[in-house]
Ligand binder design. Structure first.
Ligand code: PGA
Length: 248
């Protein structure tokens, strides 16, 4: 039985005086909820968030990593540095990193494996653009993104979460329908099942793209949707808590 999870991707948002009240509300609520919950703050706030959450059940992770342990990479953070602060989860392959920071499949795969090599869990984001969906290429795109990290190896998907995030649904207020998401998640799970059945049954596949307190219940009730990766709505404590409560 997979334990569902709601992950709040704060992106480049938040200030010290908004983060503490947000975390306080989440902690008060999630302890009694059945779902797991995680927040992903901007890197500069990771020590603050990890200190605040150290005895809480709310998990936290990083939004990015650079795939070298150390060296002349101005502005970047490595896996060992994140690990030193107790980080366990790192987002990899988010469409904003792909589009705005020109991250290639190659660098994304390097980041994915770097996270795993340092004992952390990647939350691997994949998803098609509007044009690709309109051209009927969704399945092809998802499979090629999965192949870019797996190279035929099943163990790659142990200790890993997958976030299906259609690019056209992110930050647009137009989520994919529960049926569209279920169909993509089924495809992802069956891709992994061909490598290893047990891994496919165990892996959490979450959905991201305009998830709100209004649509989360319908999305989370689908059999292969194991929770959500929530951007905008994760910055509003009340809405985020309501989304977590949509997990039954
Ligand atoms: P959104 O972002 O919920 O604001 O659409 C989701 C994401 O980018 O992870």
């Amino acid at each position: 039985m997979r334990r569902k999870i709601v992950v709040g991707n704060w992106k480049m948002n938040g200030r010290i005086d908004t983060i503490i009240p947000l975390l306080t509300t989440i902690c008060q609520t999630v302890d009694s909820a059945r779902a797991e919950c995680m927040v992903m703050p901007p890197s500069i706030y990771l020590p603050l968030v990890s200190d605040y959450l150290h005895s809480a059940t709310v998990k936290w992770g990083a939004q990015n990593v650079y795939p070298h342990a150390m060296g002349p990479y101005t502005g970047e953070l490595s896996g060992p540095m994140l690990k030193e602060y107790g980080c366990k989860y790192v987002l990899v392959g988010h469409s904003e990193r792909r589009a705005l920071f020109s991250e290639s499949e190659k660098i994304i795969a390097e980041k994915f494996h770097h996270v795993k090599e340092h004992g952390m869990t990647p939350i691997f984001c994949i998803g098609e653009t509007k044009e690709q969906r309109d051209q009927g290429l969704t399945n092809q795109v998802l499979i090629s993104q999965l192949e870019s990290v797996s190279a035929g190896r099943a163990d790659v998907f142990d200790h890993c979460l997958i976030a299906y995030e259609p690019v056209w649904a992110i930050g647009t207020g137009e989520p994919a329908s529960p049926e569209q998401v279920q169909s993509a998640h089924q495809l992802i799970r069956s891709f992994i099942a061909k490598l290893n059945q047990d891994t496919a049954q165990a892996i959490l596949i979450i959905y991201g793209g305009s998830v709100t307190n209004k649509n989360a219940k319908d999305l989370f009730s689908m059999p292969d949707i194991d929770g959500g990766l929530v951007g905008g709505a994760s910055l509003n404590a009340q809405h985020f808590v309501e989304i977590i409560q949509c997990i039954s």
